[in-house]
Design a protein around this ligand. Structure first.
Ligand code: 3PG
Ligand code: MG
Length: 401
């Protein structure tokens, strides 16, 4: 059994006056210089408060967007520093570069319990390449006496310089509170989940979730599928989906998965009725029909009420639940109805429920059930890779035998 190093292993008392490099995932949606969703900031506060109370000198580092190795004001983290200061209720300095003179100056200026956010790591091409030279420069900001804390679960599936190169260079390192919480909650789904264990999967493509589905399948008692993904399964069963989108190249895969589920005696719920429209952007016709009666030229864009009821019943029976992905074109009401109904059912269930991914979280928030879920993962891709049974490089680097 491996052990994930935590802040307790780091000995918080010994961090007073020392610099700590804290990798966070502040890759958050922004509009006109405003943070549109501060969930990832909120979730990092327990770690930051613990380090501030320990009088550590905190250098925060994150990526934002995909600026492809060069500075781009569109992806600046400056507005995040202002928002974080508001949430913490104390000042957060900002350094215009994550290395070099601005970062070194900011590191030197930190008081005990002080916080500085470094500019976007991905302004440097070395970040995504895990370039040893960039990792060494980042590690040097805290020096050999310094420590590394990773609370960026959302980036733990990326073998980038700030995620693996920096901790490899520092003796003192640990997972922050959020990282520990994420790994613990997701592990509960893989290791002895309380039965029945149900998964509700949506979103556009099977392709994005295939590894996760394959790893979860033997553990599941019930699989519910909605969204574009469901179209592929329905087409694999021979339904004529007319103008609906599906992955023609994944039909064999969908058949194989359905056969495996059947061999296991598992319950699989696909949509039996769907909401169809002629044109998503400018609908002139919206109808609810059986999946065997989709009119010519129409496409499925949401699950129907009969399906929603069947899903809600299965959700109510579950003791463990994993939900990822919307069941329809959630961002275009009225095609958000099925997703909202599912969110309400997940919120009402007594199961240990885990939701992951930006769209799923947005749906849960809009349905007002976010606070009723067992765990809301701040990592979309990272939670899927974890549940696919993959080793996340950002977690592995913080584990000891
Ligand atoms: C995310 O939001 O998915 C994470 O921050 C990782 O970002 P990336 O997919 O650009 O690596
Ligand atoms: Mg991503």
């Amino acid at each position: 059994m491996t052990h994930l190093l935590t802040l307790e292993d780091l000995d918080l008392g010994a961090l007073a006056g020392r610099r700590v490099f804290v990798r966070v995932d502040y890759n958050v949606p922004m509009k006109d210089g405003q943070v549109m969703d501060a969930t990832r900031l909120d979730e990092s506060l327990p770690t930051l408060r613990a380090l501030i109370a320990a009088k550590a000198r905190i250098l925060l580092a994150s990526h934002c967007g995909r600026p492809k190795g060069e500075p781009n004001p569109k992806y600046t983290l400056r507005p995040v520093a202002a928002k974080l200061a508001e949430l913490l209720g104390s000042p957060v300095a900002f350094a215009e570069d994550c290395v070099g003179e601005p970062a070194e100056r900011a590191a030197a200026a930190l008081a005990d319990g002080g916080v500085c956010l470094l500019e976007n790591l991905r302004y440097h091409a070395g970040e995504e390449k895990n370039d040893p030279a960039l990792a060494a420069r980042l590690a040097a900001l805290v020096g050999p006496d310094g420590a590394y804390v990773d609370d960026a679960f959302g980036s733990a599936h990326r073998a980038h310089a700030s995620v693996v190169g920096v901790p490899e260079r520092l003796a003192r390192k640990a997972a922050g509170r959020l990282m520990v919480k994420e790994v613990g909650a997701l592990r509960r789904l893989l290791v002895a989940p309380e039965k029945p264990f149900a998964a509700l999967l949506g979103g556009a493509k099977i392709e994005d979730k295939i590894d996760t589905l394959e790893n979860l399948l033997p553990r599941l008692d019930c699989l519910m599928v909605g969204g574009g993904m469901a179209n592929t399964f329905l087409a694999a069963q021979g339904f004529d989906l007319k103008a609906s989108l599906f992955e023609a190249e994944r039909l064999d895969l969908a058949r194989t998965l359905l056969a495996r589920a059947a061999a296991q005696g598992m319950e699989v719920l696909l949509p039996s009725d769907v909401v169809v429209t002629d044109d998503l952007a400018a609908p002139t016709r919206i109808e609810t029909v059986g999946v065997d009666a989709i009119p010519e030229g129409m496409k499925a864009v949401d699950v129907g009420p009969v399906t929603s009821r069947a899903f809600a019943e299965a959700i109510a029976r579950a003791r463990t639940l994993f939900w990822n992905g919307p069941l329809g074109v959630f961002e275009r009401p009225p095609f958000d109805t099925g997703t909202r109904a599912a969110a309400a059912a997940v919120g009402a269930s007594a199961a240990f429920s885990v939701a992951g991914g930006g769209e799923t979280i947005a749906a849960a928030r809009q349905a007002g059930v976010l606070g009723r879920l067992g765990h809301v993962s701040t990592g979309g891709g990272a939670s899927l890779e974890f549940l696919a049974g993959k080793v996340l490089p950002g977690v592995a680097v913080l584990e000891v035998a």
